[in-house]
Design a protein around this ligand. Structure first.
Ligand SMILES: Nc1nc2c(c(=O)[nH]1)N[C@H]1C(S)=C(S)[C@@H](COP(=O)(O)OP(=O)(O)OC[C@H]3O[C@@H](n4cnc5c(N)ncnc54)[C@H](O)[C@@H]3O)O[C@H]1N2
Ligand code: MOO
Length: 399
């Protein structure tokens, strides 16, 4: 049977989330704590990097015009040492990273010279600049180092450290409350009574959200009553930037989340034309944003990747987090979709000339096992058919 009307598209959900969305305030953090944080100001070079001409090889520094001769060694320069001007008609023993002596214009690696009693024979034909890393080759003073809105990866941290930054301005992390509904839920370590299950979403989201830059500041299991949910939402909305709930957003008798939200704030959008995750609910309570993920574990997982990642990105001023990177792949499965777009969990394997997408056999939204080895979501449009070998669009699950 077809889904009843008024299902929204994922794009409408993203538009709703980005409505009035501003990055959170700037804060300064120590460089060692800045991994994956988003720069709140463009940083400029404080000095040239490298700060001085230096050797890229262990060998001998000389004037290129002196090659083809035996040259006496007039000094020895290690990395971290200062060099003296190079005496006419001599060479300097030099090591990788050591400053080039004034007057030298090239370096020859030690494997290419012959050591003689009088000095070192340098084969003819050495070119000016050989094995020399010129000052400012990487960046010069005042150039843009890293732009505002960039998420700092390990290389960026090392690069900024190379410029002497010990603190950087970043957007504050979004504070998130995770509220779980479902009286059937217990925590691992507790015994299960008949009908009960463990709260897998809790552990999945506690791990996933920080990967999107969130700081989890509140975690609660809320009893399945309208009153408890209303109180929990009201409390959380005063403490955090975003409330995330799982479960209780569908149409069952214990699905109180939307009603609780509407009594305190507004429900901006409910129900998407996607599978899994149809009952997604978006809204706000004053300035606090609300994302109600469907309770089925895969629905929560996929909903987090599709909607919480861009929301966390927007709150951190990071354009790159608005959409997951895409690749095309050849399907290694067949499927037929009904009225909703299907986000299938797949594992992409490189096959030399392209990716092959292998889908977990059971794509029901309760089967979290389908996500364990998935590295992408294959997006299969509504009312379509896929047969093996068909080209399909895949969203990469990179945080
Ligand atoms: N009559 C209808 N029934 C349902 C519809 C519908 O349109 N009409 N939609 C189905 C779809 S699609 C989904 S998805 C689910 C989502 O419903 P809820 O968001 O209200 O989620 P719950 O009913 O609370 O739970 C669903 C399922 O997931 C398990 N669950 C919940 N929380 C957790 C957790 N933290 N860890 C592990 N598992 C969890 C829960 O026990 C249920 O089995 O509704 C369909 N029904
Ligand atoms: O929208 Mo639900 O997640 O298909 O079972």
């Amino acid at each position: 049977m077809a889904d009843s009307g008024r299902l929204h598209t994922p794009q409408q959900a993203l538009d709703s989330l980005s409505n009035g969305l501003e990055p959170l305030p700037l804060e300064w953090v120590a460089l060692e704590a800045a991994g994956d944080r988003v720069l709140a100001q463009t940083l400029h070079a404080r000095h040239d990097t490298p700060p001085f001409d230096n050797s890229s090889m262990d060998g001998y520094a000389l004037r290129a015009g002196d090659s083809g001769k035996v040259l006496p060694v007039s000094q020895r320069i290690m990395a971290g040492q200062q060099s003296a001007p190079l005496e006419e008609g001599t060479c300097a023993r030099i090591f990788t990273g050591a400053p080039l002596p004034e007057g030298a214009d090239s370096v020859i690696m030690q494997e290419q010279v012959e050591t003689r009693d009088e000095g070192v024979f340098i084969p003819a034909g050495l070119e000016v600049g050989n094995s020399v890393r010129l000052r400012g080759r990487e960046i010069t003073t005042d150039d843009v180092l890293v732009r505002q809105g960039s998420r700092l990866n390990s290389a960026a941290l090392g690069f900024l450290a190379g410029q002497g930054f010990d603190r950087v301005p970043v957007y504050r992390k979004p504070r998130v409350a995770l509220l779980f509904t479902g009286d059937e839920l217990k925590l691992p370590g507790e015994p299960l009574a008949p009908g009960q299950i463990y709260n897998g979403n809790r552990f999945m989201l506690l791990d996933l959200l920080p990967r999107f830059g969130a700081e989890i500041s509140l975690v609660e299991q809320v009893p399945d009553t309208l009153e408890d949910m209303t109180q929990a939402l009201a409390r959380a909305s005063r403490q955090v930037d975003v409330i995330v709930t799982t479960g209780g957003v569908s149409v069952g008798d214990a699905d109180y989340v939307r009603r609780a939200l509407e009594s305190l704030g507004e429900l901006d959008l409910w129900r998407l034309s996607i599978r899994p995750g149809k009952p997604l609910a978006l809204g706000h309570i004053d300035q606090c944003r609300f994302v109600g993920l469907a309770g089925n574990p895969v629905s929560s997982f996929v909903g987090a990747w599709l909607f919480l990642r861009p929301l966390m990105g927007g709150l951190q001023g990071c354009e790159a987090m608005q959409a997951l990177p895409e690749v095309s792949a050849r399907a290694a499965f067949s499927t037929e979709t009904a009225g909703r777009d299907h986000y299938m969990r797949v594992t992409l394997h490189w096959e030399g000339d392209g990716y092959r997408a292998v889908a977990f056999e059971d794509q029901d939204s309760s089967i979290l096992r389908s996500c364990v080895n998935a590295n992408a979501l294959a997006v299969i449009g509504a009312h379509s058919q896929v047969t093996p070998g068909d080209s399909i669009r895949c969203l990469l699950l990179v945080s």
